[in-house]
Design a protein around this ligand. Structure first.
Ligand code: URA
Length: 245
């Protein structure tokens, strides 16, 4: 297995991040620093990252967390803010978040030590559908909805067509479900800003096959077998489409 894939499988980082570690000289194989990305390793090789042994955990874990607002989607925050690490059990092996929700966004967040699956699910070219429920300022009009459906100009390029469904519209605020398959930074907030309906609150209801259901904020559950087989189907489709290389 290629070294960057090994590090991703071990749940250390995404494959891309693992490549950065390798090129930067942080990775040793059998005691020697390796900077070549193509290097192959097997189970019998001793791999270290920053001096710490890296092993592939044999038990994969898939937790679905309802991330509350005012929690960072990281395992550590240098600023001392609360992180998702404080909401999941420590025992059973380290899991990391798949993708990111803003500090002020709540909702479904997958956490896993399956680095390969995480890589596929967050790959920009492989659009996993995400549905967000937004409460926004003002009454959303037909022309606003059309902009979501058509795609709209954002400062980092045009958005892909999104699905949009108004749940409730009033003069002061509207409740809207938006489904996108991109994962740009603060994308849903920026789309509503572009239509002059700033977001008041944002919750992710669905990430691919994972739904929030009645999971309360701050509570996690194991992904079900059915959800896992859907996630694996996404990953194997991605593999056959030769996503990365
Ligand atoms: N879009 C946003 O604006 N924020 C999120 O957290 C996720 C999607």
């Amino acid at each position: 297995m290629r070294l960057q894939k090994f590090l991703a499988h071990a749940g250390i980082a995404s494959r891309r991040k693992a490549e950065e570690f390798i090129v930067a000289g942080h990775v040793r194989v059998n005691g020697s620093v390796v900077r070549e990305l193509g290097t192959s390793v097997t189970d019998s090789d001793r791999v270290e990252l920053a001096g710490k042994p890296v092993v592939i955990p044999d038990v994969k874990r898939y937790l679905v967390l309802n991330k509350p607002v005012k929690v960072m989607t990281t395992m550590r925050d240098p600023g001392g803010r609360r992180t998702v690490a404080s909401l999941i059990p420590r025992e059973g092996g380290r899991v990391v978040p798949v993708g990111r929700l803003d500090y002020e966004t709540a909702g479904v967040l997958l956490m896993t030590n399956d680095g390969e699956l995480a890589h596929v699910l967050t790959h920009p070219r492989f659009g996993v559908e995400k549905t967000y429920r937004a409460v926004v300022q003002g009454r959303l009009q037909g022309e606003d909805m059309k902009r979501f459906l058509d795609g709209m100009r954002l400062d980092d390029g045009r958005s892909e067509p999104a699905k949009v469904r108004v749940v409730r519209a009033g003069p002061a605020a509207s409740e809207v479900d938006v489904t996108i398959h991109e994962g740009r930074n603060r994308q849903v907030r920026r789309m509503f800003e572009a239509t002059a309906h700033p977001v008041i609150s944002l919750v992710r209801l669905r990430f691919g096959p994972l739904s929030l259901g009645d999971l309360r904020p701050g509570v996690w559950r194991e992904a079900t077998e059915k959800e896992l087989s859907s996630l694996r189907a996404i990953a194997s489709n991605a593999e056959s489409a030769d996503l990365d290389r």
